[in-house]
Design a protein around this ligand. Sequence first.
Ligand code: NAP
Ligand code: G4F
Length: 346
Amino acid sequence: MKKKNKTALIFGVTGQDGAYLSKFLLKKNYVVHGVKRRHSSINTYRIDDIYRDQFGKKKNFQLHYGDVTDSLSIHNIIKKVKPNEIYNLAAQSHVAVSFELPEYTTNADALGTLRILETIVKIDKNIKFYQAGSSEMFGKVVESPQNEKTPFYPRSPYGAAKLYSHWITINYREAYKLFACNGILFNHESPLRGETFVTKKIVSGLCRIKNGNQKKLYLGNLYAKRDWGHAEDYVEAMWKILQHNMADDFVISTGKQYSIKQFINMVAKQLSMKLKWKGAGINEKAYDENKNCVIECNIKYFRKSEVDTLQGDYSKAKKILKWKPKHNINSLIKDMVDHELNLLFK
Ligand code: NAP
Ligand code: G4F
């Protein structure tokens, strides 16, 4: 008898990871259902190509209106879709914004997870659950690199909300014997990254400056260090976490870290732009070959409390899941730069 295709339900399907994960799972012959929020304008641009590819074919990709702050919608969708696997990627995911919207961030990023877990317990305890945890939970790091045993020290409402989700996922695993797992993912980027995250802001800003569409780019702290991977690699890790024979938690990272300033210099190099840095602190600026100031710092982009350094140790995932990143920082930047230049030339 032919084996039935697995069904996955993705909360946060319209985001960067939701789009990459949908494509990954469809290639693995899953039936994919996604939860999108109602917006006043259309915001499905990251997944529109999946719809287009479906014309004339069996519909393996479906969207449902819902919200992780709305228990009824969560209940109704899970009951209707009857998924084998749920990926909770839904979140107010911008750390700086979480200081402006602390209550909403906690509602979506912490209680949203609880609402899904409770619904799984009520409807079907066999549904596997993936929680999108974050290296932001390590915050003011107590050791480097960070692994699954490193103590947490969140530095933002976002980090604290994700930490609640981390522990409630473990609690439901232990209390109700759910197959519920945490991925502790370090920063991952791609051409589909949201416009206000620093890598995307730098790549699109420098491409536009190079092309004469923009004069200057304003940034915050140039000396924070991040461990940046590619979203394409990281969604594979999410899937592997749920295919393991035991529910567990995993750090997913590259093990390498760079400062924002180093990232800027690497992007400039790929664009053959020669940048010269002058000044210090808030007055540090970058100038192009024609002595035009192209990068300046602005106090409004500094965090109230910063996460200075993040570097992950992914050896557990490497050993147990046989996962390792395929991309490195140069291939990540190339992918982002090529995409941006294509858009500009269109
Ligand atoms: P993203 O691009 O910001 O996507 C977030 C998704 O969540 C979007 O689809 C968004 O919908 C949805 N969402 C927000 N609030 C919601 C709500 N109340 N109900 C339902 N959906 C809601 O984030 P991402 O980079 O893909 O990250 C995916 C997940 O991994 C997030 O939980 C993030 O916190 C976490 N994470 C990300 C990274 C990273 O470096 N990218 C690292 C560690 C963890 P709209 O399109 O309607 O806004
Ligand atoms: O790109 P970012 O906004 O990412 P951040 O804060 O590290 O958070 C991202 O990664 C987390 C995983 O660790 C995710 F959980 C989270 O959802 C999100 O995807 O900022 C990176 C660094 C920060 O230190 C920030 O202070 O860049 C610094 N930065 C400097 N100038 C800036 C800017 N960040 C932004 N967004 N914009 C700037 O102009």
